[in-house]
Structure formats: structure tokens, C-alpha cells
Design a protein around this ligand. Structure first.
Ligand SMILES: NC(=O)c1ccc[n+]([C@@H]2O[C@H](COP(=O)([O-])OP(=O)(O)OC[C@H]3O[C@@H](n4cnc5c(N)ncnc54)[C@H](OP(=O)(O)O)[C@@H]3O)[C@@H](O)[C@H]2O)c1
Length: 421
């Protein structure tokens, strides 16, 4: 008879209670739930009380427990608990992206010393099997880039804005539907996506990349007007995590909103869906699309990982990446979109053109705009300029942008976005 694999769960929130219920339903009879750690003893739970404990040692020190599924979603005491679990020779499956992004090296090191596995497919992309694809299926490739729509909440908000809503009402709608937290900072400022792209880049490039190295910008500066201007130019706007490894092994890693040509599949990924595009020397290009969150898709990743640990089907390299010296680059080239508010005066475009010419930046298009839903700008002596550059080095564009912002006729830079192609 096959040995039962015994599981302890840390955390009984949205995902923890779903995973516990699935285990108790006995649909995966080889996996047996023993205990679930809770914090608040007064909360009503769907899990029978004999499975609940508020003492972490009931799981961490129980010799019968083979595997811990960590679903607390916080940094501490989750880190302390899982390190103790690993030291007690318990395998780990986790959905905690912050923990893996910040402390992955240490966690893998301790796991490796104790000859237990750490699996993390649920940390990025919910039900999309991107981590296991990078670690197993694409192992033979030299990966040059990983690019993703990694946060369903911001993708939902941007999809609503594409249809004409402003940021505040799109955010409110996301909160009403339960997609966004009451404090949406982690999602809208790109922090959640920053953790995820640092995990993907570390695994793809086999070298630890701290989330602190990710240049990060959220979606607060995007307006519905940008969507309508982008559409006129045949683009959509998405918040992308982008990790690129150049031929010389320099790395560029960032999270920021980008224009994407409507002809690109990533431009068509709307609503709460996530999508991750991988480019490698053998595979060329691969796009994985699916539900990036939610109890069932996330449980699919977690329980798939638990079964893989149990069956030892594909034992991970216990250290999937190392800490190596890295050189980061900001030399990449792209086209740039720029929206700025200027004084409605003769000579503004001439002076702007002078700065661009001085920096050897040529324009693909430039237009003076008014937007129907905004105040008629000409009434208050202002105009909106929207432009799209040809390919230019990022450093050069940033230098020109600084000079433009210092022009007396420029009231403000409203939005500047890279084009992802
Ligand atoms: N929700 C999703 O769709 C989704 C998708 C992918 C990945 N994830 C990841 O999955 C993890 C869990 O997310 P979630 O949405 O389930 O979060 P959640 O609903 O906030 O649940 C977290 C649970 O952790 C428990 N907890 C916190 N501190 C604790 C402590 N000191 N001791 C014991 N328990 C403690 C809380 O217990 P009490 O109930 O007792 O307060 C809470 O129920 C996170 O890392 C998240 O990033 C979530």
C-alpha cells in the first residue's frame, strides 16, 4: 500500500481554507491533512476544529508531518516558521512571493542542507504553471527574457480604463468585486509584480535577483486619455514585469506600464487574467495565459507541487539559482510615448523639437490634443501634446525628458511610457 503523505498548513485564509477543504474532501487520497495553523481562535472556519491549532509547533515539530504548505502571506513569522520546518526535514510548498523574492536564497540553502524540497509554483501567476515550466521544461534553453502581466488587479483596472473609466472609478469597481484590497498600494504601485518578476528572473537566469534591484513604477499616472491616444496609435497599455538578459549577460529588470502594439498577443490579455511570455534560444517564444489568482487556480498549483514532492517525479535542483555578481543595464532601446501639458503658445513645438534634435531623438508622431472628458484646455491657456518617438536609448530619452520638464512653456509631464515590442 502507498504511504500517505502528511501535510500541515500554515494559514487558514482564502487559500489556506480552500486547500484544507480540498484535502479533506479526499479527492487526492494520497495526501492527508493533519493540522492547520490559525491565528485568530474566534474566527468562524469551514474546517472542523480538530484540525485547527494556534500552536505552530504542532506542525513544525510533529514528526509525522512530511510537508508544510505555507499560506500566511506575511514575511514574519512565516520566515521563522518555514526555516524551522525545513530544519526539521519537512518539505515546503509556498505561495508567498514576498518571502521567496526577499529570502529565497536562504530558504533554498537551508532546504538544500536538509535535503528537502521547496516548491513555489503558486508564487507567480496563480494557476499558470510558469515556475515549473522555467525550472523543468525549458531547462535546455538560454532564456533571454521573461515578460509578464503579473497582477490581475491592475490588469482589471487597466481594462476598465481602456473602456473609458477613470483610475478612481476603475479601482473602486475592482474593490467592490473583491479583486483589490481596501489598501491597493501593493497592486497599483507595482510592488506585487516586483516580487514576481524578481522570482521569475532569478529562476530564468539562474542567479538571485533581489526585488530591490527592480525599477518599479505603478499605474497611477495613467489616465483614460492615454488609452484613447494609445488606441489612435494602435497600442494598448499594460503593466508589465520585464526581465531581459543581454548577450553580454547584463540584466535589465523593471515593472512599469508600457504601450504594446495591438497586434501583440499580450495586448489582448484583459480582465483579471495573467500572461507570461518567455523567449529562449530553442523555444523562440512561448506565451502562457491563465487565471493569476483565486482559491481554485492557486490550489491547483499548490497541490500539484505537493503531489510532485510526494512522487519525487522531478526532483528540483535543490539550489535553483546562486548569488552571483550581476551587472545591471539601462542601455536598452525602445520607442517612447509622452503626454505633456504645455502653455498654449506659439513656438512650444519648435523649442521641444530643438531639445529632441539636440539629443538625436526623432519623432514618429506628434499631435496637439484636447480630450472630450476633460475641461477644454484652450480655455485655460493650456494644450496637451502627445508624441511617439522612434527607437532611442533609455538613458538618452531620460536626459531629454529632464530638459523638457525644465522648459518654461511645459506645465507638467503627465505620462511617459516605453513601448514594449
Ligand atoms: N488570494 C489569492 O488569490 C492568491 C493567489 C496567489 C497567491 N496567493 C498567496 O497565498 C498566500 C495566502 O493568501 P490568502 O489570500 O489566503 O491570504 P489571507 O486570506 O490574508 O490569509 C492569510 C492567513 O494567514 C493567517 N495568519 C497570519 N498571521 C498568522 C500567524 N502569525 N499565525 C497563524 N496564522 C497567521 C491568517 O490567520 P487568521 O485567519 O487566524 O487571521 C489568515 O487567515 C499569500 O502569500 C498570497 O500572496 C494568494
Amino acid at each position: 500500500m502507498q504511504k500517505l503523505f502528511t501535510i500541515g498548513i500554515l494559514g487558514c485564509g482564502t487559500i489556506g481554507s480552500e486547500v484544507a477543504s480540498l484535502l479533506l474532501s479526499n479527492k487526492l487520497p494520497e495526501l492527508k491533512l493533519k493540522k492547520v495553523l490559525i491565528k485568530d481562535k474566534n474566527k468562524k472556519r469551514a474546517i472542523p476544529s480538530e484540525y485547527l491549532t494556534d500552536n505552530p509547533n504542532d506542525i513544525l515539530e510533529d514528526p509525522e508531518i512530511d510537508l508544510i504548505i505555507e499560506l500566511m502571506g506575511i514575511e514574519q513569522p512565516a520566515l521563522e516558521y518555514i526555516l524551522k520546518g525545513l530544519q526539521n526535514k519537512k518539505h515546503l510548498v509556498t505561495a508567498n512571493k514576498e518571502l521567496i523574492a526577499k529570502h529565497g536564497l536562504k530558504i533554498f540553502e537551508i532546504a538544500s542542507q536538509n535535503k528537502v524540497q521547496v516548491r513555489l509554483d503558486a508564487t507567480v501567476g496563480g494557476g499558470i504553471p510558469i515556475i515549473n515550466t522555467l525550472l523543468d521544461s525549458l531547462k535546455a534553453n538560454r532564456i533571454s527574457s521573461v515578460v509578464g502581466i503579473l497582477n490581475g488587479t491592475t490588469n482589471y483596472i487597466l481594462t476598465k480604463m481602456k473602456k473609458g473609466q477613470d483610475f478612481a472609478s476603475a479601482l473602486k469597481k475592482a474593490q467592490d468585486k473583491g479583486y483589490a484590497e481596501p489598501d491597493p498600494t501593493n497592486d497599483v504601485d507595482g510592488i506585487d509584480a516586483k516580487y514576481k518578476i524578481s522570482i521569475l528572473a532569478s529562476l530564468a537566469f539562474r542567479t538571485y535577483i533581489s526585488p530591490e534591484k527592480v525599477q518599479c513604477c505603478g499605474i497611477r499616472s495613467i489616465s483614460a486619455a492615454d488609452f484613447s491616444f494609445a488606441k489612435e496609435l494602435d497600442f494598448s497599455i499594460k503593466l508589465l514585469g520585464i526581465a531581459h538578459r543581454f548577450e553580454d549577460n547584463k540584466i535589465a529588470i523593471s515593472v512599469h506600464p508600457c504601450l504594446i502594439p495591438l497586434s501583440q498577443p499580450l495586448a489582448q490579455i484583459d480582465g483579471v487574467l495573467n500572461a507570461i511570455q518567455v523567449r529562449g534560444n530553442l523555444i523562440q517564444e512561448l506565451l502562457l495565459v491563465g487565471p493569476g489568482a483565486g482559491p481554485k487556480p492557486t490550489s491547483s498549483a499548490l497541490l500539484g507541487d505537493a503531489l510532485a514532492v510526494m512522487r519525487q517525479e522531478t526532483l528540483y535542483n535543490l539550489m535553483p539559482y546562486e548569488a552571483k555578481p550581476l551587472v545591471f543595464s539601462q542601455d536598452g532601446e525602445s520607442r517612447f510615448y509622452l503626454r505633456l501639458t504645455v502653455k498654449d503658445q506659439i513656438g512650444v513645438i519648435r523649442d521641444l523639437g530643438g531639445i529632441l534634435a539636440q539629443n538625436e531623438i526623432s519623432l514618429e508622431s506628434i499631435a496637439q490634443k484636447t480630450h472630450q472628458e476633460e475641461k477644454p484646455l484652450e480655455e485655460i491657456g493650456e494644450a496637451t501634446l502627445v508624441m511617439l518617438t522612434h527607437q532611442v536609448k533609455e538613458n538618452t530619452f531620460q536626459k531629454a525628458l529632464q530638459q523638457i520638464s525644465e522648459m518654461a512653456q511645459v506645465k507638467r509631464i503627465d505620462c511617459s511610457l516605453k513601448v514594449f515590442e
